[in-house]
Structures are given as C-alpha cells and as structure tokens.
Design a protein around this ligand. Sequence first.
Ligand SMILES: C[S@@+](CC[C@H](N)C(=O)[O-])C[C@H]1O[C@@H](n2cnc3c(N)ncnc32)[C@H](O)[C@@H]1O
Length: 361
Amino acid sequence: MARRRDTTRQEQGRAAPAGERWFAELVPGLEAPARAELQRLGARRLEPVADGVRFEAAQPARLVREARLVAAFYLALDFAVPRPKALLGDAAFRRLSEAVARVAGPHGRGTPLSGGPFDGLRLAAAGAGSPVMLRLGEALAGAAGLGFDPEAGELVVRLRPGRRGGWEVLVRLTPRPSSARAWRVCNRAGGLNAVVAAAMNELVGVRPDDRYLNLMCGSGTLLVERALAGPARRLVGVDLDPAAVTCAERNLQAAGAAERCELLAADVAELDAGLGRFDVVVADAPWGDAVGEHDANRRLYPLLLERAAALAAPGARFALLTHEVRLARRLLPAAPGWELVRELQVAHGGHNPLLLLLGRR
Ligand SMILES: C[S@@+](CC[C@H](N)C(=O)[O-])C[C@H]1O[C@@H](n2cnc3c(N)ncnc32)[C@H](O)[C@@H]1O
C-alpha cells in the first residue's frame, strides 16, 4: 500500500521527501551555466563538489526531464561506514536497496523519475571487481529484481569515499547518461557531446528572433539542441560533407525539428551573402589531432573566422569550440570583425578544447 502511494505521488511530480539529496554530474568547465539551469528548474541548497553539485529538489523528475546541461543525475546517500563491506550489514543494506528500488521500480521497469526501464545493474567503484563489491552488486541487483551485469548494467550504482568520511553512494536515475539524447539516431566520428552543445547555445544566448547558423554542423548536435531550446527566426546548418548533412537531417527528423531547419552541403569558404545574415554563429571546428589535419586547419581557421564575420549581423555572437587551442589564440587578435568576450576550457571526451565566445565588432 505504501509503495502504491509513493508511485502516485511521483506521477504527480511531488516525489521527493524533504531533505533528500540529489547529485548532478557536470561537465568540467560548464559548471556555472549548469548550476544556473538547475536553480531555474527548482533545485535548492546547491552544494558544489568536485565533479558536480549536490542539491535538494521538490520535483526531481522535472529536473531529469528538462535539464539540458547536466551529464547525469543521481540519488545521493551518505553512509557512516568505514568500508564498503559494511554496506552489506542489515540496516545499511536495507536503506541502500530501498534507494535502488525507488529509482528502478518493480523489477527494473522504471519509475516516472527514471523515465524508462533498466536492463541490469552494475557497480562503478574503485575495486569494482573485488569479492566484496561483487557480493554487494549481486545482492543489490537481486533485491531490485535485476540481473547483475558488471560490464553493461544500466542501473549504475557509484560508490566512493565520502567527503566527510564514510562512503557516498550515488544511484543514477536514468538508464543512460543525460548526454545520450533520445533524438540521436545518427552519430559520426567527432560528434559533439550534446550537453556541451546545449551549454554552448545557452552561453551564446537563446532568443526567439535569432537567425542561427551552425557552420561545420556534422551530425547536427548544436543545431538540434538549439531547435529544442526554443523558437528562432532561422535555423541553418552547413557542412562540407553531404553524408554529415544527411546524418544531421536524420537527427533533426528524430527530434521533430527538421521542418524548422535548413541544411546545406557546402564549403564554409564558399558561403556568401546569398545565405543571409545571422545573429548567432556556432561552430565545432575540425579537431586537428590526426597528422596532416593541423596543416589543413591552419588554412581553414582564418577562413572560418573571416566567413563567419562576413555572415554575421551587427552585434552577432559567435561560439567556437576548438581543439586547436594555440592556433585559435594566435589568430584571434587579428581576426577581422571579432572580439573575444569570454573563453572557457571544457572537458570533452578526454580532451580539453577551448570554447571561445566572440562578439561582432
Ligand atoms: C568536429 S566535426 C563537427 C561535429 C559536429 N559538431 C557534430 O556534433 O557532429 C567538424 C565538421 O566540419 C566539417 N568541415 C570540415 N571542413 C569544412 C569546410 N571547409 N566547410 C564546411 N564544413 C567543413 C566536417 O565535415 C565535420 O563534419
């Protein structure tokens, strides 16, 4: 009976008992816009920690559904135990398995909080392969009615030493991280993390009368995220590679945004005034980490900055994500028409590209 009442409360979006703590894993470098988004969506008592932020929320399901700038959401629990083995003790294990059941729902079928079913449970912890961790993982999976799958389990339970002693347990609320968007039906090598794309759009500003141009759009991550963030006067994506344009088209279709966007297979160098003027330009330029690409980028980057300026309306904003940190820093002071507003170093797939926010002079 108690369980049924809980489910009903969750469905009404009033799930969280007072004082319950949640954890949002954030992309390093993008903490500030992500924290602002969390507060806008109702998170309270934010407490920044090394790789994210802890918070309270009356409607955590709303946060999970609507936040675009968070890498993953977790239910957070602190255990005053000296080592993980003690989590197998009666009281600690009961509390832990109740938390897992709250996220997983009956037999891992999911809850309004998770938004979907889970296939298997895994532990993510230093020493996850040790006998104690394996016992704990198996016991938790059994209590939740799930299989224990140390490699690919979708219900992720993270264990790590607590900040004030003891152990912290984080139960991921969704079967996949939030950056794995439902709209992504096509991916390409070098595809941008959707959380980084959403943050780039947020930092450069989302206004309903913007004419928005995504140069070198690849699979369309920036364009899709911008279309989903709100109305715009125009939304245009351009890529040299027709296969990239087809891929972006598929993702836009899946996002239900294809009809609002224009896609063009073209070389940035050849874009001219015929395309129109834009209030926002964004680009995630070629990485240049393969031999030979650096040379191509030395020719491409000046052209990119020059063409972006030519297509930019007065007062336009330009967000450029680049792995060519030294090249971009060298070119920027002499770049025609652009002044540096802000720069951020962002973590992306083991790299630390530079996010440049530029303003049209
Ligand atoms: C890092 S990828 C962009 C990835 C994209 N943000 C995504 O999420 O899939 C760089 C893209 O630049 C495109 N590109 C390279 N040179 C170009 C040029 N001269 N004109 C237009 N696009 C170009 C490539 O085809 C590639 O799709």
